[in-house]
Write a protein that binds this ligand. Structure first.
Ligand SMILES: [Zn+2]
Length: 492
């Protein structure tokens, strides 16, 4: 890890983290940056912004600063807060490209995904996730919500540490320079059909704790402190996989645990029409109604996708003040349908963004995907401003993951910064007044130059400082996940 402080002095070593995890770099000392342009709501994009931080927090933000502040580090282009990726399954990254050769469906894609899930162990998952999170950092993501359900050994027996897989993800995030909310997921059944609940089958058996109460016991054994922290960079949240995977009677222990902990609670909901149809057949109501009746919906809840929802569902979701996490690149990749972003927002849901299956990892692409889906659905433009889309990618995303003090460049907030080039092949020529629109509608992850997470440099000039060769690590670890060889990669 690059732990050099800006002043070149050697700070003292930090204490070890809880749970025996390796410590991330110690908090940096005071730092100053001078940004050509920075987005500072509600003022919008400001010019010549002096940004100061001490440790992992901003201490002051001064627009129109004198150029004499040039002793500060220069941030070229447009500076934004770090992005929150509110919905990730790290191991799905291994499927990119492999599921495009045959036409397939969501359900055949899911079978391939299960095969990869069956190959992982704590060591290989650490190596794979570290590479995937490094790819995220290169895309400007400073916080990930990892919707994690590969808990146990392939035959369903717990590891010696029943949370070995979750801890591997937490360590991977530390090594890649991200914060993580481990959305520990309850996953108990194999699905629904018209006749009822299906048993777990094949690779699914390693997802299950047996029942909701035992899920809660294992989540508690992760050892969160009274703020839900597992380490300075890691928080625990709860997740119910879906109405397909958790019968209503088992939802209550998860909801109760999240409520007692004040933790985020995430759930996949109505991604496919088939889920709605089988939910109606078995339970007589829509997924949204079922979740409402089981007290799953509330202001700490995120429903992921919400692609196929009725006006009655929208009323329940908006009235419950949930977050709706949209994953446009995954939804279009899997042929899910167009998420009803505008109706969800109009109903009172707060939108967030996730790269989910990692068909691509590019939060700017997710952000404009929300607007473009509305344009295609309604054949008209202008449903969400660039600023609104960026709020989904920053403040809203972080808050939905339990980090309400992140996602904005403001005194007291976590010192996460991302720069977007305004003179790249994709962005050159844009007048000053449309920097934000250029970033959201034309830039890509390739235009991210600098990433600072909690005051620490993670990416500089488009190069990850903690993971030396991210493409090579992705190639090696994905090969191991797709085609496990006798000598599996070990984490370095
Ligand atoms: Zn998902």
């Amino acid at each position: 890890m690059n732990s050099a402080s800006p002043g070149g002095t050697t700070p003292p070593k930090p204490p070890p983290l809880m749970g025996g995890l390796p410590a991330p770099p110690y908090p940096p000392g005071p730092r100053r940056w001078f940004a050509d342009f920075a987005w500072i709501p509600p003022r919008g994009v400001c010019r010549d912004v002096l940004i100061e931080a001490d440790g992992d927090r901003f201490t002051s933000v001064t627009p129109s600063a004198a150029p004499s502040a040039s002793d500060a580090e220069h941030l070229r282009g447009l500076t934004l807060p770090g992005f929150a990726n509110a919905h990730s399954h790290a191991f799905h990254r291994a499927l990119r490209g492999t599921t495009q050769a045959d036409r397939g469906t969501f359900w055949t894609w899911r079978e391939r995904m299960y095969q990869v899930a069956g190959q992982l162990d704590p060591d290989t998952y650490l190596a794979l996730a570290r590479a995937v999170y490094a790819e995220m950092a290169l895309a400007g993501i400073t916080c990930v919500g990892e919707f994690h359900y590969v808990h146990h050994q392939p035959d369903g027996k717990p590891y010696a540490d029943p949370n070995a897989m979750g801890r591997a993800l937490i360590q991977a995030a530390a090594e890649a320079g991200l914060r993580i909310t481990l959305l520990d997921t309850c996953y108990l059944t194999g699905g629904l059909d018209q006749n009822g609940v299906l048993p777990l089958a094949g690779p699914q058996v390693r997802f299950s704790d047996g029942d909701g109460s035992r899920w809660a016991d294992r989540a508690e054994a992760l050892g969160p402190d009274d703020r839900g922290l597992l380490a300075p960079h890691a928080m625990v949240g709860a997740a119910i996989h879906s109405v397909r995977a958790v019968p209503p009677e088992h939802m209550h222990p998860v909801v109760a645990w999240a409520s007692r902990r004040g933790a985020p609670l995430h759930i996949h909901m109505s991604e496919q029409r088939a889920e709605n149809e089988t939910c109606r057949a078995v339970y007589g109501v829509s997924p949204a109604r079922l979740l409402y009746d089981e007290d799953v919906l509330g202001p700490r809840t995120t429903v992921v996708h919400a692609t196929h929802v009725s006006s009655a569902d929208l009323e329940l979701l908006g009235g419950s003040q949930v977050y709706a996490c949209l994953c446009p690149t995954t939804e279009r990749d899997l042929g899910d349908g167009l998420a009803p972003a505008r109706p969800l927002a109009a109903a009172g849901c707060t939108l967030t963004l996730g790269s989910d299956s990692h068909a691509v990892i590019d939060i700017l692409e997710e952000a404009r995907g929300v607007e473009y889906a509305e344009r295609l659905a309604r054949r008209s433009r202008g449903h969400f401003t660039a600023e609104t889309l960026l709020q989904a990618a920053t403040t809203a995303g972080h808050t939905s993951l339990g980090w309400p003090d992140a996602g904005q460049i403001a005194p007291g907030a976590r010192a996460d910064l991302v720069t977007v080039s305004l003179d790249s092949l994709r962005t050159a020529g844009a007048p000053d007044g449309v920097a934000l629109e250029t970033a959201v509608f034309a830039a890509s992850a390739a235009d991210i130059g600098t990433v600072i997470s909690g005051g620490r440099d993670v990416v500089r000039d488009g190069v990850h400082l903690l993971v030396p060769d991210v493409p090579a690590e992705l190639a090696r670890t994905i090969r191991a996940a797709l085609d496990p060889a006798p000598s599996r990669p070990r984490p370095s």
